[in-house]
Design a binder for this molecule. Structure first.
Ligand code: ZN
Ligand code: ZN
Ligand code: ZN
Length: 373
């Protein structure tokens, strides 16, 4: 893994340099894990990678975190420095940047998810330096997944697909969403994830709320049930897949109508993906089908989001995003139709842009699943 991280650090330093950024300050989160492979705990004690435009990289960690940092293998690609309980860690970090550059940095990029109190400490210590976000540099790099990352996302997709294939074991009339959700969470781990990121079991009217999680609602015969689930694999890559089920009995009449529209929309959106088309055109491909069928007002969210070391990351598949898709970009295609107070439906797959088109990383059947029929 070392050479991958060396490449990522070099590419990021070069991108920082061309963006006029002298130093990047990266605290725990997906950026840090991407750059050096260290899945660090976000703590009040400062852990920070100092990456300067000339390619020098030092990881500053609390002394008591040094074993964890070393165990991550980060020491193979960067120098690890430590601070003790009474040291001024922020001053040490800015000094490391200054030493590496031979001058005080004029422009520093802080991690997009750095805590505000840390951002302000750095501002106090470097009052003349312009602060910007590291995402401007790292986002374009992280968006284009290399084959090993696509493989990791494919494994995550297969793991979550296996959970969906088992939903019939747990989803039955008379059980609550919470009971079904607990079984699904166990299966997310059993099928290969190391963490459960979220479990949405939206039955009946709850299916009309896209981010409904779980409730004590008892699932009824014939209820449409939206199940949207995701987890994180040991390597840090995430899964996210939605299927809609009928919990025994027959689907409500108009539900079957709009589910057919949704299926067509999801297919049309997926078919539109190839290098060079814009993110917003992929959104429009789904939206046009749903609007033409008269359900446009009921598709109340964007079509998708990027995925990788984070469950939601760039690129966002939404009107107004004119970024051109390129090979290696991975994102969800998840149109939905939500009839408030009644029921809803969503179909979601993760896809990757290939050299000449698209590959779905979730491959299980997309037809409405009628259980116990
Ligand atoms: Zn969502
Ligand atoms: Zn989802
Ligand atoms: Zn999603």
């Amino acid at each position: 893994m070392t050479s991958i991280h060396s490449e990522r650090l070099a590419a990021s330093a070069a991108a920082a340099k061309s963006a006029g950024i002298d130093a990047m300050l990266i605290t725990p989160g997906a950026d840090l894990r991407y750059l050096i492979g260290y899945d660090a705990l976000p703590l009040e004690r400062l852990t920070c990678l100092i990456l300067t435009a000339n390619g020098e990289a030092t990881l500053l960690v609390p002394l008591l975190e040094q074993p964890a940092a070393a165990a991550s293998g980060a020491g193979n690609t960067v120098t690890i420095a430590t601070h003790g309980e009474t040291d001024n860690a922020f001053a040490m970090a800015t000094q490391i940047a200054t030493d590496a550059l031979g001058a005080t940095p004029d422009t520093v990029a802080v991690a997009d998810r750095m805590w505000a109190e840390q951002v302000l400490r750095f501002r106090e210590l470097l009052p003349r330096a312009e602060q910007t976000t590291a995402g401007t540099v790292l986002r374009p790099i992280r968006m284009r997944k290399r084959p090993d990352e696509v493989d990791a996302l494919r494994r995550a997709g297969q793991a979550i697909d296996r959970v969906h294939q088992r939903v019939g074991e747990w989803l039955r009339p008379g059980r609550t969403e919470a009971e079904v959700g607990r079984d699904i969470a166990d299966a997310i781990l059993a099928e290969g994830h190391t963490a459960v990121n979220f479990v949405i079991v939206g039955s009946g009217p709850n299916g009309a709320s896209p981010h409904h999680a779980l409730s004590d609602r008892v699932i009824d015969e014939g209820d449409p049930v939206v199940i949207d689930i995701g987890g994180t694999m040991a390597d840090g890559y995430c899964s996210d897949c939605t299927r809609t089920y009928i919990a025994g009995g027959a689907a409500p009449a108009d539900f079957a109508d709009y589910y057919a529209v949704l299926l067509e929309a999801q297919q049309a959106s997926c078919n539109s993906v190839r290098p060079g088309v814009t993110a917003q055109s992929v959104d429009a491909a789904a939206r046009d089908v749903i609007a033409a069928a008269g359900y446009g007002e009921l598709f109340i969210h964007r079509t998708g989001h990027g995925i990788g070391l984070e469950e939601h990351e760039d690129p966002y598949i939404v009107a107004g995003n004119d970024i051109e898709l390129a090979p290696g970009m991975c994102f969800s295609i998840e149109p939905g139709i939500y009839s408030t107070g009644r029921h809803g439906a969503r179909i979601e797959d993760i896809v990757v842009v290939t050299e000449d088109g698209v590959e779905r990383l979730d491959t299980i059947d997309r037809e409405l699943v009628v259980l116990g029929a």
